[in-house]
Design a protein around this ligand. Structure first.
Ligand SMILES: Cc1cc2nc3c(=O)[nH]c(=O)nc-3n(C[C@H](O)[C@H](O)[C@H](O)COP(=O)(O)OP(=O)(O)OC[C@H]3O[C@@H](n4cnc5c(N)ncnc54)[C@H](O)[C@@H]3O)c2cc1C
Length: 413
C-alpha cells in the first residue's frame, strides 16, 4: 500500500487542475485514472475558454423550441426514448432550474467560477511550457435572423450583467471579421477578449506532465470501492493495489456518481453527450471561436485543424455513440462555410457531466470528512476547471477561498 497522500480520482481537466493547485498548497498528490490524462470528455471539447459564459442551458424561452429540435434528425438536441423513464427526474429538475429567480443566482455563480479562467490558464500553461496552447480571441455567436428570441434576450442580458461587454454586429461587420462565413448569417454577438485551447487533450496532458514533474504520481487504475474508517475514507480499492488516502477528491466527470453511490450518497448527475468533427485541411481560415446558434455547435481553429463540436444527446452514459450526430454537425459546418473541405476528418463523442441547474458540485462530501467533490461542469468544464482546482485546494488545505463556495455545495439538491 502506498503512503498517505491527497488522492484525486480522475485525470480530466478538472482532476488535473485540482492536482496542480493542491500541489501549489504543498500537498503530496496522487492522481488515479483508468485512462491516461485527458482521454475522456476533456479530450475532444470545443476548446472554448469563454470566461464570460455564465448562462445555464435551461433559460425561460428554451422549452418552446424543444419539440422542433426533437423532430429534426439533425437537430441540436436528441433524446433516446428508451432512456426517458430514467432521465425524467433530471429533466424535471432541469426545467425548474430555469425559473427566473434561480437563473439569476446560477448565472452569478457561473460568472464567479469562470471569471479568472483565462488568466489562470495562462499562468498554468506558462509554468508547464505549453503557453502556445492558450490563445486569445473573440467569441462570436452567429444568427441567421436579426431578431433575438426570448431565450437569447435573456442570455445576452445575463452575460452583459455578469460576464463581459457584448457588441452586436450586422452581416457585413461579421464578414469583415470572418470572411469565409456564409452570408446566411445576418447578425452576430461578439464577446471580445475571450480565449480557447488550441488542443484540449494536449493541454490536459501538458499540465499533467508538469504536475508529475513536481512530484505528483499518476496511477493508471480503476477505482472500484473505498475502505472506510468511521467517517473517513482510509483507502481506495482499485483493480490493482489499494491506495491509502489522507484526503480524496472525486473529479471523475460523468462517472462520478458511481463513486458517490459507493460512499452512500447520490447527486442528480446525468450525461449530456456531444460530438465533434475535426477537419484536418478545411480550406477556410477561421479567427474566432464561433457558436452556430441554430445547430448549437462551435467552430474552433485548433492546432490539428478546424473543429466543430457541440449538440446534446440525452441517452445515458453507456449507450453506444451514434455518429450520425457527428455527420449532422459536418453538414451544418458545410452550410456555415461554403467551400469547406470535409476530408480528412475525425469524429468523436464525449460525455458532459451535467447537473440540472448547470452548476458543478464543488465541496466537502455530505457524508465523509476527508472527501471532496469536484464534478458536474456540464458545458463549461474547460472554463470552470482552474478555479475549481483552486477552490478544492483551498478547502483541503483550509486556506482562505477566493470565491464563496455556497452555490456549488452538493447538498443543494
Ligand atoms: C462536444 C463537447 C464540447 C464541449 N465544449 C466545451 C467548451 O468549449 N468549453 C468548455 O469549457 N467545456 C466544453 N465541454 C465540456 C467539457 O469538455 C467537460 O465539462 C469537461 O471535459 C469535464 O471534465 P472532467 O475532468 O470533469 O471529466 P473527464 O474529462 O471526463 O475526466 C474524468 C476522468 O475520470 C476517469 N474516471 C471515471 N471513473 C473512474 C474510476 N472509477 N476510476 C478511475 N478513473 C475514473 C475517467 O477515465 C476520465 O478520465 C464540451 C463537452 C463536449 C462533449
Amino acid at each position: 500500500m502506498s503512503e498517505a497522500r491527497t488522492v484525486v480520482i480522475g485525470a480530466g481537466i478538472v482532476g488535473v487542475c485540482c492536482a496542480a493547485y493542491l500541489q501549489r498548497q504543498g500537498r503530496r498528490v496522487v492522481v488515479v485514472d483508468r485512462l491516461p490524462p485527458g482521454e475522456a470528455t476533456s479530450f475532444g471539447n470545443a476548446g472554448s475558454i469563454s470566461w464570460s459564459s455564465c448562462v445555464p442551458i435551461a433559460v425561460p424561452g428554451l422549452l418552446p423550441k424543444v419539440p422542433g429540435w426533437l423532430l429534426r434528425r439533425d437537430g441540436p438536441l436528441t433524446i433516446r426514448w428508451r432512456y426517458l423513464p430514467r432521465l425524467a427526474p433530471w429533466l424535471w429538475r432541469f426545467i425548474r432550474a430555469g425559473r427566473p429567480d434561480r437563473l439569476e443566482a446560477s448565472s452569478a455563480a457561473m460568472a464567479a467560477l469562470h471569471g479568472p479562467s483565462l488568466d489562470l490558464y495562462r499562468s498554468l500553461a506558462r509554468d508547464a511550457g505549453i503557453a502556445d496552447l492558450v490563445r486569445s480571441t473573440g467569441y462570436l455567436h452567429v444568427y441567421t435572423r436579426s431578431r433575438p428570441d426570448r431565450a437569447e434576450e435573456i442570455q445576452w442580458r445575463l452575460v452583459a450583467r455578469h460576464g463581459g461587454a457584448i457588441e452586436v454586429l450586422n452581416g457585413s461587420e461579421l464578414r469583415a471579421l470572418e470572411p469565409h462565413l456564409s452570408d446566411r448569417y445576418v447578425q452576430a454577438v461578439h464577446i471580445r477578449d475571450q480565449g480557447y485551447a488550441a488542443n484540449p487533450g494536449r493541454l490536459v496532458k501538458g499540465l499533467a506532465r508538469h504536475v508529475a514533474s513536481g512530484g505528483a504520481e499518476f496511477l493508471r487504475r480503476e477505482v472500484i470501492g473505498f475502505d472506510l474508517s468511521g467517517d473517513r475514507v482510509r483507502a481506495l480499492r482499485t483493480d490493482g493495489a489499494p491506495i491509502e488516502a489522507r484526503e480524496v477528491v472525486i473529479a471523475a466527470g460523468a462517472w462520478s456518481v458511481r463513486l458517490t453511490r459507493m460512499l452512500g450518497f447520490s447527486v442528480p448527475l446525468d450525461t449530456e453527450r456531444g460530438y465533434h468533427v475535426t477537419l484536418e485541411d478545411p480550406g477556410v481560415k477561421v479567427r474566432h471561436t464561433i457558436m452556430e446558434t441554430e445547430r448549437k455547435f462551435v467552430a474552433t481553429p485548433m492546432e490539428m485543424g478546424l473543429r466543430f463540436a457541440g449538440t446534446v444527446e440525452l441517452a445515458g452514459i453507456d449507450a453506444a455513440p451514434d455518429y450520425r450526430r457527428a455527420e449532422a454537425i459536418l453538414r451544418g459546418a458545410e452550410r456555415m462555410f461554403p467551400g469547406l473541405r470535409a476530408d480528412p476528418h475525425t469524429k468523436w463523442m464525449g460525455r458532459r457531466p451535467s447537473l440540472p441547474d448547470g452548476l458543478p458540485v464543488i465541496g466537502p462530501s455530505p457524508r465523509q470528512s476527508n472527501v471532496y467533490l469536484a464534478f458536474g461542469h456540464a458545458h463549461t468544464g474547460l472554463v470552470g476547471a482552474p478555479n475549481t482546482g483552486r477552490l478544492v485546494a483551498g478547502m483541503v488545505a483550509r486556506t482562505p477561498l477566493n470565491i464563496d463556495p455556497a452555490p456549488y455545495r452538493p447538498e443543494r439538491f
